[in-house]
Design a protein around this ligand. Structure first.
Ligand code: SF4
Ligand code: SF4
Length: 352
């Protein structure tokens, strides 16, 4: 792997160099204490040292709201919404958000490939950056250390003078070609960065916990605090549920078919005709949300579908922590199945 040094003062010219090759999206300050990915207009407004952005880069591939098609009953015609072919460069992505994009790739290519997502996803390059985990990150517990470079074309690892630039792919090599602001890499090795927040079990052990967690006490306990606002779904980089709605104009001749994000914590999400709702209670909805991250898709792929970004906890209206939920499930599992007396286990150990 080729490595270079990018000194701090060269960063704006590096971004200018990227801008000549495509539309660059990177983290910017939003308000006093938040960050958000946005199109780079001024190179020196980019912030590469941040804890997390409000939304992940998912919004560029699966927009919060999009026009799928417009139609007319007059001539029975329809026209699909247009999707640009611009080259996109995502700068300053954390390893867990990169992994979330790879998971969405799986979701939108399995079964019937989803055209709009895939059209937006093509022509994208990713430049990662290291980060210091705060009290909410736990991506290490779900298999993603800070310096995981899976999916990146280039990775920037922070050092005292700027960044070590690691070239991961041929695409990355092309992106930095002809940029003459790089120096020889400094002779420093990567630090293993510790996380403050952790799941009690390694993610490989969670399937055995979730196998026994359907009736766990935690669902009702959490439901007493949850207000069902759906924020946890909306900020999650691996949530991809959406609603599709037809909107007719007043003449009832022309209309649009629109798609917008939806969330399983919202009361109407599982409502169907006849006034029924498959997940009426907040406890059922919480269980569904967490099972989507650690049980259902995991059962098929062997991987957790949570990337440990900590957004659902950091932005939860009621201060509910996903790590606390999973750790409580681990505790309940231990108490009920691992630590109970053998005579109550139903196992016949005679003769062993
Ligand atoms: S963000 Fe918090 S309060 Fe809102 S639905 Fe999710 S868990 Fe419940
Ligand atoms: S479930 Fe929460 S911690 Fe996991 S990826 Fe989604 S927002 Fe991040």
């Amino acid at each position: 792997m080729k490595k270079y040094q990018l000194n701090k003062k060269q960063l704006p010219s590096f971004i200018d160099h990227l801008k000549k090759q495509g539309t660059v999206f990177a983290p910017h300050k939003k308000g006093d204490a938040s960050y958000s990915f946005a199109k780079v207009v001024e190179s020196d407004s980019v912030i590469l040292e941040y804890n997390r952005t409000l939304n992940s880069i998912k919004k560029y591939f699966l927009p919060p709201r999009e026009l799928l098609l417009s139609y007319s009953r007059k001539d029975n015609s329809y026209k699909k919404g247009t999707i640009g072919k611009e080259k996109k460069i995502f700068l300053g992505v954390h390893s867990y958000d990169m992994k979330a994009v790879l998971k969405l790739d799986y979701n939108f290519t399995e079964g019937n490939p989803e055209e709009n997502y895939l059209l937006r996803r093509r022509n994208s390059s990713f430049i990662g950056v290291s980060f210091i985990p705060d009290e909410f990150h736990f991506s290490q517990s779900v298999g993603m250390p800070v310096h995981d470079t899976d999916g990146f074309d280039i990775y920037l690892e922070k050092n005292d003078d700027g960044y070590t630039v690691k070239i991961i792919t041929e695409k990355g090599e092309k992106l930095i070609k002809e940029f003459n602001g790089l120096c020889d890499a400094l002779d420093i090795s990567s630090n293993h960065i510790q996380f403050q927040n952790k799941l009690k079990y390694n993610y490989n052990r969670l399937p055995e916990v979730f196998e026994q967690s359907w009736n766990a006490e935690v669902w009702e306990e959490v439901a007493k605090r949850c207000v069902g606002c759906g924020t946890c779904n909306l900020v999650c980089p691996t949530c991809y549920c959406f609603d599709v709605e037809d909107n007719m104009d007043l003449s009832l001749q022309n209309g649009t078919r629109d798609r917008s994000w939806d969330g399983c914590m919202l009361n109407d999400f599982a409502a169907v005709a006849g006034g029924e709702n498959f997940r009426k209670s907040l406890a059922d909805r919480q269980r569904h949300r967490i099972f989507r991250k650690f049980r259902y898709i995991t059962y098929i792929t062997g991987e957790p579908w949570c990337v440990g970004c900590g957004r659902c906890t950091a932005y939860c209206t009621a201060g509910i922590s996903i790590v606390d939920i999973v750790n409580q499930l681990c505790d309940e599992y231990e108490q009920k199945y691992l630590n109970r007396p053998v005579e109550q286990s139903g196992l016949n150990l005679e003769g062993l």
